[in-house]
Design a protein around this ligand. Structure first.
Ligand SMILES: Nc1nc2c(ncn2[C@@H]2O[C@H](COP(=O)(O)OP(=O)(O)OP(=O)(O)O)[C@@H](O)[C@H]2O)c(=O)[nH]1
Ligand SMILES: [Mg+2]
Length: 260
């Protein structure tokens, strides 16, 4: 008997992404994945992103396959992802996709990422894998800083064999998202990606990378700033300190409590 396709749930955090959400939602559904749901985690965006998602979710085109998880206020990327991942697991996801809503993570790569999830616990869409690239408009200083942070600083401190350590375009297998125990993840902002990758690596989960091109956002404003980047750099040490003793024996066994 042929195997049923895996249930894929994409978790998309948004804060003021109205223009981008109206573009990315149709693009994701156009992929035609056989068993697919989209979960938008919105932190009460003042521009009405959450309301727009509710309207789209009520339309016949997406009914039952698109939903918004509304949070009362902006509380950072980490907690938004954790709530979204737990909801996706409660909805029965076999594979959970993490991606930004601003189209820097291009939907066209999703079939390749999913294909690799057949033999890896985490698959990262990677700017720094061979063949990957960043937006042509990046100046030399920005390129150097990002390369240094991803290829030298973070993997050097954490001994992490990943080329795009801060990349947030990923597929996780269900067992891995449970085993790495989201209740122990504390990072709020962008360093959340690093913490998750480090914990997964310490617990012995396999991580693969697929090259992607990373274009800059065309609409809306970035939530990134030099202060945010500097804070993230310091927090890498905190992550090392907190999780350095983990081994595969520390994988979480119990599912999370949340119900859909
Ligand atoms: N729910 C929620 N989403 C957030 C929050 N902060 C950022 N996001 C979303 O997370 C994704 C990544 O944020 P971006 O601002 O694009 O960060 P970035 O990719 O580092 O920076 P740029 O691409 O330069 O804007 C986007 O979809 C944001 O809307 C937050 O506090 N809560
Ligand atoms: Mg972005």
């Amino acid at each position: 008997m042929p195997q049923a396709p895996p249930k894929v749930i994409i978790v998309l955090p948004t804060y003021n992404e109205r223009e981008n959400i109206s573009r990315i939602v149709p693009a994701l559904f156009a992929l035609g994945l056989p068993d697919f749901q989209l979960l938008v985690v919105d932190d009460n965006s003042p521009d009405g992103t959450g309301k727009l998602v509710d309207e789209l979710a009520a339309s016949a085109a997406y009914a039952g396959r698109l939903q918004a998880l509304h949070r009362a206020r902006k509380q950072g990327l980490g907690p938004a992802y954790i709530e979204g991942f737990k909801r996706a697991l409660a909805l029965g996801a076999d594979l959970v996709i993490q991606m930004d809503a601003d189209l820097s993570h291009q939907p066209k790569y999703i079939p390749q990422l999913l294909a690799r999830a057949g033999d890896s616990d985490i698959v990262i869409g990677s700017r720094y894998a061979r063949g990957g690239s960043v937006d042509e408009s990046w100046g030399p200083l920005r390129k150097l800083l990002s390369w240094w942070a991803n290829r030298l600083y973070t993997p050097g401190i954490l001994r992490l064999p990943i080329r795009d350590t801060t990349g947030g375009f990923r597929v996780y297998r269900r067992g891995c998202l449970i085993g790495l125990d989201l209740d122990k993840i504390e990072a709020n902002g962008y360093v959340f990606m690093v913490e998750l990758a480090y914990v997964a690596h310490r617990l012995g989960y396999s991580i693969a990378e697929i090259p992607i091109h990373f274009p800059d956002r065309q609409h809306g404003r970035s939530k990134m700033s030099p202060r945010v980047a500097g804070e993230a750099a310091l927090r890498v040490w905190q992550i090392l300190w907190r999780h350095r003793g983990l081994t595969p024996a520390d994988r979480r066994q119990k599912p999370y409590a949340e119900q859909p």
